[in-house]
Design a binder for this molecule. Structure first.
Ligand code: JEE
Length: 288
């Protein structure tokens, strides 16, 4: 997989040389190239930003600089040449990914989809973000040529100073899914089979007693079925406490009778519509 990152702070991406991502890169599974956006400026001061139309605080990144950079990195100059010569577009479409606080939250499903792509381009903005016409333009290019697709994504509901951390997060989430990257090939399999969308149960190792805290006895018992049930209970308990919306959106058929008993003991109601948390008014689906 090829990943291009465009940023005014290339050194911010230095962690990509380390650990898992670094190994994937040396193994030739992942080819990450970090580009300095200022290489596509034309003025003596290498300007990438300007004041916002309509007023307001801060600066906005200019679309002309981003356009020159993205056309080149997305290989769009080549695509125009190809269509002029009536030759089939060359490679699979590149995916243009734009981190922004107003994007769709990144999730595992998206990471899995991106891991099947051959070329990602991540456009890291700074200041108050990138002129909105950049995403709009490349969406139009996508509609006309199918040589690119555009996704604006977010890491969550908090404000960062730029898209670089989001690029690091996205690359790590995707890189660990690439075939041949994870040392233990069973671990990804267990990841997709084990969870069922619930939060993970707690994990323990030696010593069996540490600072007065014991590893749950069932985990030392060697009784496989009881261990599996305990882990399921723990996953349910954590999910109910920390992320109740996950249980409420889950497939109602995903819960066994023991799950129902547990949820009831915590004050949840379990009906044909799936689990409902305690103290929540019925949101109802009928118009009345
Ligand atoms: C990309 C620039 C900084 C700061 C103003 C803030 C007003 C942009 N989950 C995520 N949080 N933040 C980002 C992210 C931040 C970025 C850029 C991603 C490029 N910035 C910036 C302030 C503002 N707005 C929200 O309320 C409205 C805009 C991100 C991701 N991914």
């Amino acid at each position: 997989m090829r990943v291009d990152v465009l940023t005014i702070f290339p050194e911010y991406l230095a962690p990509l040389d380390l650990s898992l991502v670094g190994k994937a890169r040396s193994a030739g599974i992942l080819d990450v190239r970090v580009h300095d956006l200022r290489d596509w400026t034309l003025d003596r001061h290498r300007t990438v930003d300007d004041t916002p139309f309509g007023g307001g605080a801060g600066m906005v990144m200019r679309p002309d600089v981003w356009g020159r950079a993205l056309d080149e990195v997305l290989g769009l100059e080549r695509v125009v040449d190809a269509s002029a010569a009536s030759v089939d577009p060359v490679a699979a479409p590149a995916r243009l990914l734009i981190p922004t606080p107003s994007g769709t939250p990144l999730d595992q499903r998206t990471a899995e989809a991106l891991a099947r792509e051959s070329h990602l381009v991540i456009a890291c903005g700074r200041y108050e973000g990138i002129d909105a016409r950049v995403a709009e333009h490349y969406r139009r290019v996508a509609d006309e040529h199918e040589s690119v697709s555009v996704s604006e994504f977010s890491l969550g509901d908090y404000v960062l100073n730029g898209g670089e951390v989001a690029a690091l997060v996205l690359i790590e989430a995707v890189a660990r899914l690439l075939p041949g990257v994870v040392g233990n090939p069973r671990s990804l399999d267990e990841e997709s089979h084990g969870s069922s969308g619930l939060l993970e149960y707690g994990v323990y190792t030696k010593p069996p007693t540490w600072r007065g805290l014991d590893v749950p006895e069932v985990l030392l018992s060697g009784h496989h079925a009881r261990i599996e049930r305990w882990r399921r209970d723990e996953a349910l308990r954590r999910t109910a406490e920390r992320r109740p919306e996950i249980l409420e959106r889950a497939d109602p058929g995903a819960f066994d009778p023991h799950d129902h008993d547990l949820l009831s003991s915590w004050g949840w109601t379990t009906g044909p519509g799936g689990p409902r948390r305690p103290g929540e008014a019925d949101q109802g689906s009928s118009a009345g």
